[in-house]
Design a protein around this ligand. Structure first.
Ligand code: BES
Ligand code: MN
Ligand code: MN
Length: 460
């Protein structure tokens, strides 16, 4: 093993240069104008898989963006009982707006203070690349891997993995595996490794309220005609009560409450509320009555406006009564809520509370179900050991608030257990301007991942 670790140590500089090439490609999955960049990125990923020594590399077109696959399945030749690990990640990234808040352009990666800055640095290109390099280190040093490995990198995670479910169903044989490894979550803190065992789900809705057939003079018509912007605000204000509880009827029906034991574990995590507030420059935290900040941000469901627009938003004042107002509203879900069920309940309630003076349109943009992964699986044990060796510390077991829609489907369709071994930090600005990734965790992540494959080969 030490030869593998030496190989990694020796190649730090080279890794960084290659990662920069990956980060230069603006693979924004939601933007139609970047469609060809997304394709170019899939090609880059397939080339990278080739250069590390994977085989049977294929770019599969889908109804949306391509999926890239590769494998190295020779470990089973000597030992038919050797497990198969499928590594999953995504090469697509989020949009970059507001552009002017970036210190350097988002697709011109730079290193400052031991961090690499670019869109996708931590979510998820940096972490995907880390995994590639851990496989490369084994292959270039020993010409083989400790277990069979399949690699699946998609281009639509940031838009809800809309075409991946049918891809899994059509390619069940190709993707058959025992364990799915994902590096797309966070560590508990700098130099505090953790394994994530639960992610929230998501229901993402858009609401449009329409009033008069055109924008009106707010002096001439104001007071006599319902203002859709006011109506939308009224609707949104009704979605939560004074205890921070969501008022959509039936919303909490399927929520599995935290057990006293789970709450004890939460309370034991070394969380610094003051540092959290300071880092975000907020005067106080906020949320559902009766729950701690960590519980609110990972184990309780939420409802949030992500964007809202209507009427005149330019500089200065224009007296106008807008004819239309819209909002994008997301709900984070926890086990055992179901994204389609929540979408239906949300729509019914919006229609119920909307004033009769306007029409409302409610659309379900995308979503995914929450997931809890077993913590006693071979994969989790192996990852715990690997992290412990790489960081010299026992990792924490955490639940996280973000979503990876495909996780539950890996369990359902492939009947595999999922391991969420992530190396990001929640303060690294994923989805925000100045996204970055600590190089320290990038390099340690390569080591931990290389160790993971050895550990899982020897874990009973
Ligand atoms: N990598 C994140 C998910 C994540 C982040 C999990 C931090 C745990 C900790 C992923 O790329 C992501 O952003 N997912 C979206 C899903 C959505 C677009 C369906 C999310 O959570 O908003
Ligand atoms: Mn991600
Ligand atoms: Mn993301």
């Amino acid at each position: 093993m030490s030869a593998v670790l030496e190989y990694i140590e020796r190649n730090h500089a080279q890794y960084l240069e290659e990662l920069k090439e990956f980060l230069k490609i603006p693979s924004i999955s939601t933007a139609p104008e970047h469609k060809s960049d997304v394709v170019r990125c899939a090609e880059w990923v397939s080339q990278s898989m080739k250069s590390i020594g994977l085989e049977n590399i294929q770019i599969f077109p889908t109804a949306g963006h391509p999926v890239v696959y590769g494998e190295f399945l020779h470990a089973g030749v000597d030992n038919p009982n050797v497990p198969t690990v499928l590594f999953y990640g995504h090469y697509d990234v989020q949009p970059v707006d507001p552009l002017h808040l970036w210190t350097n352009p988002p697709f011109e990666p730079v290193v400052r203070d031991g961090k690499i800055f670019a869109r996708g640095a931590v979510d998820d290109k940096g972490q995907v690349f880390m995994q590639f390099k851990s496989l490369e280190a084994h292959l270039k040093t020993n010409g083989k891997l400790p277990v069979n490995v399949k690699v699946l990198i998609e281009g639509e995670e940031e838009i809800g993995s809309v075409n991946l479910e049918s891809f899994l169903n059509t390619h069940k044989e190709l993707l058959a595996c025992d364990t799915v490894l994902i590096s797309d979550t966070s560590m508990f803190g700098e130099d505090l490794p953790s394994l994530c065992y639960a992610l929230r789900g998501l229901t993402y809705m858009e609401v449009t309220v329409t009033g008069p057939n055109r924008d009106l003079h707010s002096g001439v018509f104001g007071g006599a005609v319902e203002n859709p912007a006011n109506a939308l605000c009224t609707i949104i204000a009704k979605l939560k009560d004074e205890y921070g509880r969501i008022t959509v009827p039936g919303f909490y029906d399927d929520v599995k409450n935290l057990t006293p034991q789970e709450r004890d574990e939460y309370a034991r995590l070394p969380f610094d509320e003051t540092a959290y507030r300071k880092e975000l420059n907020i005067v106080a935290t906020d949320g559902e009555f009766g729950y701690s900040t960590l519980e609110r941000a990972s184990a309780r469901p939420t409802l949030d406006v992500n964007g809202i627009w209507s009427g005149f938003t330019g500089e200065g004042a224009k007296t106008v009564l807008p004819s239309e107002a819209s909002a994008k509203v997301s709900m984070r879900l926890v086990p055992n809520q179901d994204t389609n069920d929540i979408a239906k309940k949300f729509e019914a309630y919006i229609r119920h509370i909307a004033p009769p003076t306007v029409t409302v349109e409610v659309t379900n943009l995308h979503g995914g179900n929450p997931a809890i992964t077993p913590i006693d699986s071979k994969g989790v044990k192996a990852a715990m050991h690997a992290l412990e060796q790489a960081y010299g510390k026992t990792p924490f077991l955490t639940r996280e608030g973000g979503s990876i829609p495909i996780v539950l489907l890996f369990e359902k369709i492939l009947n595999a257990s999922v391991v969420l071994m992530g190396f990001g930090l929640n303060t690294e600005n994923a989805h925000s301007p100045d996204e970055h990734f600590h190089l320290n965790n990038f390099y340690k992540g390569i080591v931990a991942s290389a160790l993971f494959y050895d550990e899982i080969a020897s874990t009973k």
